[in-house]
Design a binder for this molecule. Structure first.
Ligand code: DQA
Length: 147
């Protein structure tokens, strides 16, 4: 199976960005770990990051027919973007929502997610490990579905 690991705004700064909140792992390290983890699970990962809402929407549209599922950390667009929610609903691909931090233990404005209603589920609070958990969740979902 083919999995798109899609990261949104400011996640290119991981490693140096508020490490007390997001940890010291860089996006490159996370993406490399995803590649390795997916390979072991028999999946192929493609990674993309953008700070631009439209570029993320384009990536979701392009995933239709080329990917089997998406692991998405939409960053702050999680809390603001009806357009991202609509894009996910439009392509009908399974999406696992990921956040490094536990968004429910933070400011109120981070508690609401526009991604959650169109995702299979949400993994948050486990730092960089969350991406591997999300890959496992997606591969598990594919297996369940093919039964
Ligand atoms: C985040 C949580 C968001 O609230 C925040 O805007 C981010 C990162 C996370 O991974 O914990 O940019 O998605």
């Amino acid at each position: 199976s083919r999995i798109l690991v899609l990261n949104g705004p400011n996640l290119n700064l991981l490693g140096t960005r508020q490490p007390e909140v997001y940890g010291g792992t860089t996006l490159k390290m996370i993406e490399d770990a995803c590649q390795q983890h997916a390979q072991a699970a028999g999946a192929i990962v493609t990674c993309f990051q953008s700070n631009h809402e439209g570029a993320l929407i384009d990536a979701i549209h392009a995933a239709k027919g080329t990917q089997d599922g998406i692991v998405l950390n939409a960053g702050a667009y999680t809390h603001t973007s009806v357009a991202l929610m609509d894009a996910i609903a439009s392509v009908e691909l399974p999406v696992i929502e990921v956040h490094l931090s536990n968004i429910h233990a933070r400011e109120r404005f981070r508690h609401h997610s526009y991604i959650a209603p169109v995702a299979i589920g949400q993994i948050c609070g486990f730092g960089a490990l969350g991406y591997n958990l999300a890959i496992d969740a997606l591969v598990g979902h594919f297996k369940e579905r093919s039964k």
